[in-house]
Design a protein around this ligand. Structure first.
Ligand code: ADP
Ligand code: ADP
Ligand code: ZN
Length: 212
């Protein structure tokens, strides 16, 4: 099973991916998380990616395609949940090619539809666990203990790219570079839209129905 999560920054992909991956024994591949791990470990890839990420620009396609390709094979689970990839049509096409070679394809792509106003509210209040990457929110999704991750106890942080200027750029980049990916999957015929503006629990229910 291969599921792709699509949607703007702040749409709730990471929040839903954590729960769905646990429930359905899927490997959660989040390219943002993988990149942040590279940055934290100060690898050559991380150092090259950091400036793009801090500005809210996309990391170049060749880097991203290379990063995801090696991870599509033989996961120790019942499937893969791709969160944050593909973000350009070039990435989507490269993914299709890699999957075709492996005699498989994307089973479902899910678009989390959320208004720009709500996205801004969500990103402005987001706190993230730097260890397990679970997202929280100051008002919509508070941790049980102030500023500590429920899952691993780490101190929560504010992502550099959740500052207003980077958020503005990320929404612009999403609109120009990522929305064409929706059309790509619409043509393929596996795209399902979920109303991401509902409560976390309601989105989770719709998601389960969409995946079947
Ligand atoms: P969001 O919360 O906006 O969905 P992510 O954690 O998925 O953010 O991504 C953070 C940053 O990592 C992006 O702004 C971008 O710089 C980089 N990134 C993540 N995935 C990709 C990708 N598939 N292609 C290019 N850049 C990416
Ligand atoms: P993405 O991975 O798509 O960038 P996140 O899952 O990190 O999005 O969610 C962005 C912010 O919005 C986080 O602070 C999260 O706690 C919050 N959030 C996620 N889903 C909802 C929801 N359905 N209603 C309200 N807030 C949400
Ligand atoms: Zn954690």
């Amino acid at each position: 099973m291969l599921i792709v999560f699509l949607g703007a920054p702040g749409a709730g992909k990471g929040t839903q991916a954590k729960t769905l991956a646990q429930k359905q024994n899927l490997t959660h591949l989040a390219t943002g998380d993988l990149l942040r791990a590279e940055v934290a470990a100060a690898t050559a890839l991380g150092l090259a990616a950091k400036a793009f990420m801090d500005r809210g620009d996309l990391v170049p396609d060749d880097v991203m395609i290379g990063m995801i390709k090696g991870r599509l094979e033989g996961p120790d689970s019942d499937g893969i949940l791709l969160d944050g990839f593909p973000r350009t049509v070039a990435q989507a096409t490269a993914l299709d090619e890699a999957l075709t070679t492996a005699n498989t394809s994307v089973d479902r792509s899910i678009f989390f539809k959320v208004s720009e106003e709500e996205l801004v509210r969500r990103l402005a209040g987001r706190a993230t666990c730097p260890n397990c990457q679970r997202p929280y929110h100051d008002t919509f999704n508070k941790p049980q203990n102030t500023d500590k991750c429920d899952d691993c106890g780490s101190d929560l942080i504010r992502r550099e790219d959740d500052k207003p200027e980077a958020v503005r750029n990320r929404l612009k980049v999403y609109a120009t570079q990522t929305t064409p990916v929706l059309e790509h999957y619409q043509k393929v015929g596996n795209l399902v839209e979920v109303d991401g503006e509902q409560s976390i629990d309601a989105v989770q229910e719709d998601l389960a129905a969409a995946i079947g």
